[in-house]
Design a protein around this ligand. Structure first.
Ligand code: NAP
Length: 283
């Protein structure tokens, strides 16, 4: 029987720590960390994420602004807003909610964000810093996974780590962070041959695929740590991960559930990055 890594409880604990640090920081600096969130269009899932981010800011004592722009916003209008926020001293972190409507060039918008305010860590400058292991910000979801691993006192050093997924926002940075923690890392993707046998060797298996219940018993070594990043909606509307929990749980030593595992950590790490950005500003 695996130990369940309770992302909700760990997230709550970290948010309390951030709130205490924020109060101390505000007392000493005379200002609060500030986060601006921009959303373009009316994607319901994105609207929920933005609302949750605003709520999290209130909870930890940040200043926050949100910009809900119409779907027909032009590239120039969006970039002008990013520029304005780059020059706004109240704002230490800028987050542009992705995906953007198709007529907008995401890469150009992300490049516009001042890397010092890039709390999602998607700017190539910050991506490069992560590669060399000298970073201020980590992308929120992989950072959340590392926090879950660390707070569960799981030692990565020397372990065989397999990451399924090579996206820029999850898979690749996830692999890099495990490598920085001295794991021996393999990255798998849709063209990987013998996927199940590679996964079956993993001491730490991270699934970031986007396919419900994809990882089954045939892919999990007995005693493995299984981290499920996946967030998939089933036909009945229920949220489910990339790991078949019923099959994995009897084999794993630790496992993250969905919901209640990695999910709650992502916004918490955004709060952490915003506090870091505000502290860097004072430095
Ligand atoms: P993505 O950009 O679609 O990447 C998915 C990756 O999975 C790709 O690298 C793809 O390989 C690989 N893949 C797809 N089918 C595969 C297969 N049959 N065998 C092996 N690999 C396969 O997705 P993402 O943005 O990284 O997100 C992954 C999952 O995490 C999604 O469920 C997403 O909702 C979830 N997520 C959760 C959070 C959170 O806060 N918990 C945050 C972000 C994402 P190729 O590169 O070869 O196509």
């Amino acid at each position: 029987m695996a130990k369940i890594i309770d992302g909700k409880a760990i997230s709550k604990q970290i948010r309390e720590e951030i709130a205490a640090e924020t109060a101390e920081f505000a007392k000493n600096s005379g200002f609060k960390p500030g986060l601006a969130v921009i959303i373009v269009g009316e994607d319901p899932a994105s609207q929920v994420y933005v609302r949750n981010k605003r709520k999290a800011c209130d909870e930890v004592g940040f200043y926050s602004e949100s910009y809900e722009l119409p779907a027909e916003t032009t590239q120039e209008e969006l970039e002008t807003l990013v520029d304005k926020l780059n020059n706004d001293d109240k704002i230490h972190g800028i987050l542009v909610q992705l995906p953007l409507p198709k007529h907008l060039d995401e890469t150009r918008v992300l490049l516009k964000i001042n890397p010092e305010k890039d709390v999602d860590a998607f700017h190539p400058y910050n991506v490069g810093k992560i590669m060399i292991g000298d970073y201020s910000f980590l992308p929120c979801t992989p950072a959340g996974v590392m926090a879950l691993i660390e707070r569960s006192e799981i030692d990565v050093c020397g372990k065989k780590c397999v990451v399924i997924g090579r996206s820029n926002i999850v898979g690749k940075p996830m692999a890099m962070l495990l490598l920085h923690s001295h794991g021996t890392v393999t990255i798998c993707h849709s063209r990987t041959q013998n996927l199940a046998s590679i996964c079956k060797e993993a001491d730490i298996l991270v699934a970031a695929i986007g396919k419900a219940d994809f990882v089954g018993a045939d892919m999990i070594k007995e005693g493995a740590v299984v981290i499920d990043v996946g967030m998939n909606r089933k036909a009945d509307g229920k949220l489910t991960g990339d790991v078949n929990f019923a099959e994995a749980e009897p084999l794993a030593s630790y496992i993250t559930p969905v919901p209640g595992g990695v999910g709650p950590m992502t916004i918490t790490m955004l709060m952490q990055n915003t506090l870091t950005a505000a502290k860097n500003k004072v430095k």
